[in-house]
Design a protein around this ligand. Sequence first.
Ligand code: SF4
Length: 176
Amino acid sequence: MTASVTKIPVGISSCLLGERVRYDGGHRYDPFINQRLADYFEFRPFCPEVAIGLGIPRAPIQLVKTASGLRVKGADNPELDVTERLADYGQQVAQNMDDICGYIFKARSPSCGTQRVKTWRKDGAPDEPDGIGVYAQAIMHALPDLPVEEEGRLDDPALCEHFIERVFAFHRSLHR
Ligand code: SF4
C-alpha cells in the first residue's frame, strides 16, 4: 500500500502556477514552485485583479503616492482607481481562509507584491520602490501570523526552508 501524503493548503498568486491572468494575457510560471514545493503544498490560486473584474488583457495599473496615501491607479488612466476594490477583495479572501497555512505572492506587483514595489508620483515620475501591493497588504493586515513569501526569495535555500518550516508550524497550530 502507498502511504498518502497530506499536502498543506497554501494560497498563491495565480500567475505563478502558469495561469494566463496577467494584464498582457501572459503568466509567470515558476518551475521551482510548481515542481518542488508542490510536493508539500496544495496550492489555492487567487488573482485579485481578475477577481475584481479588470479582465484579461487589461490596462496596467501602478502604485501612486498621493496626499491620501498609496493608491492603485491606471498607468495610462489616472481616473481609474481600484485601491478600495483590491483591499476589499483581500479582506474577503482573508475572512474565508479557514485552512490556508501560508501564501506565496508574486513580487513587484501593485496588487500582490509584499515589499519594494515600484511607486510613482502624481506627476508620473518614478518614486522610491518602497510600495506594498494593496491586496497583499490587506491579507497580511488581516492575518498577521500567516507565513508569507514572494516567489523570487524562495530561490534562496535558507529562506525557502524557513518558509516551509513556518507553514508546517502554522498548520500544526491549526490542528492542535
Ligand atoms: S501578480 Fe497577482 S494580480 Fe498580477 S496577474 Fe499575478 S495573481 Fe494576478
